[in-house]
Each structure stands twice: as C-alpha cells, then as structure tokens.
Design a binder for this molecule. Sequence first.
Ligand SMILES: [Zn+2]
Length: 246
Amino acid sequence: MSRLLRRLWTGLALLDARAFGLRVARCPFCGPTLFVRLNASDAGVRCLRCAASAVHLQLGAALRALVPDLALRDACELSAQGPLVEFLRRHARSVALSEYFSDVPPGGRRGTVRCEDVQRLTYADASFDLVMHSEVLEHVPDDTRALCELRRVLRPGGIMLFTVPLHGGERTVQRARLRAGELEHLCEPVYHADPLRRDTGILAFRDYGRDILDQVRAAGFAEAHLVRSGEGLPWLAPRDVVFARR
Ligand SMILES: [Zn+2]
C-alpha cells in the first residue's frame, strides 16, 4: 500500500466526526501549517503537512527550543523514518538512523535500514553530539544498559533528548522482565502500537516515574531534567521530555 493510502486508511480508522477539527498553528518541523484532529485523543492530532503525531510534535518542539545549534551536531536517532527523521536529515550536520529488528544482527541491514539494538550499539565511542529516541526505552528489557550505551556513543557535553510514557508519579513500575532469557510478567501485559509490528504491538516492560532522571544520571550523564514541551500545539497539553547531557 502506498504511504498516502496507508495514511488515509489510518486516518479514517481514527475518525470521530464529532471531534473533528482543523486549526492553523506552527509545526516544529514544517513551520506555520494546518493541523487536523480526527478524534478527542492525543493520538487523533496530526500535522496535516508532515503527519507528525502528538509525541513527535512535542519532541520536535523540545528539539527546536533546546538544541539551537543542530547544524553543528552529528545526530543519532533510533528510528529510520517519519517527520523527526526528515527534519534531522535536513538540519543536523549528519544523522545516523536505525531500527531494531530481532532477526537482523546489530550493525547489519534490512534493505537500506541499519539494525541497532540500543543495549549493544555498534557505533564507536563518542560518535555523536545528539542522540534521540522516542517511546523506545519502555520496550527495552535492560534499559540501564541501554542508557550506558547511549552515553558511550555521545561525545562529552553531548545531548540526549527523548520521550517515554511517564505516569506522573515518582517511582517506575516494572511490568515485565527477562530472567535467564525467559520473559516474566509482573503485571498484566501492556502492548503499545508499533508501525513495524502492526499485528502484535510491542510489550511495555515498564511505566516510568520521575525517577528515570536518577537512572539517567546513574548511567553517567552529568545532568538530566524533565522539560515541559509543546506550548501552543493545538489541542495538545504540553508534555515532559527528558533532556540529558553527558
Ligand atoms: Zn509538520
């Protein structure tokens, strides 16, 4: 199916005519443009030009506000398509893109797309000035190891900017874990929608609390903050994005 048809199909599946709306506002990736609301949830809001979803709009707004010197930065993003990727391609000095495929060795490729496992990245130490990821870490069995890897590939002073679902409380709730390679559920399993795994979705290993900042600092980052991002995006409440510096 072509990308346009798939977009249209996804849009129709989400549509609730009572909540439908159009508004002019500034997209962090496209500038002033039209936004559509297909239903009353955050998932129903999109930039009509680049199709950025709520989470990408909020992360994009943080990127624009917090990384003004993007053109001087070698960036790494743990996905390979979408409006954030296109923006990084246009504005960063360079960008390394990847997806995680369980059946491709890290560093290998499926077609043109590089495979990376954030728990054992194949990039050299100190390769990047910016690493970004969005709604990834909650799906990673060993997120502590992932954070150490993300720090390793950053240059000193480099920035990590990312989103995870935050439940608003202090403590992270572990939902599942791997023990000796076996998956163990500690709560009712929750699967998030994933464009690469449309049929099954992807398991959430945890719901993060504000203590994720302690975890980021424990992985060796010099600073870590929650930054409220996305003021002025139509229909969307601003959300917290994690900003960290090596
Ligand atoms: Zn846009």
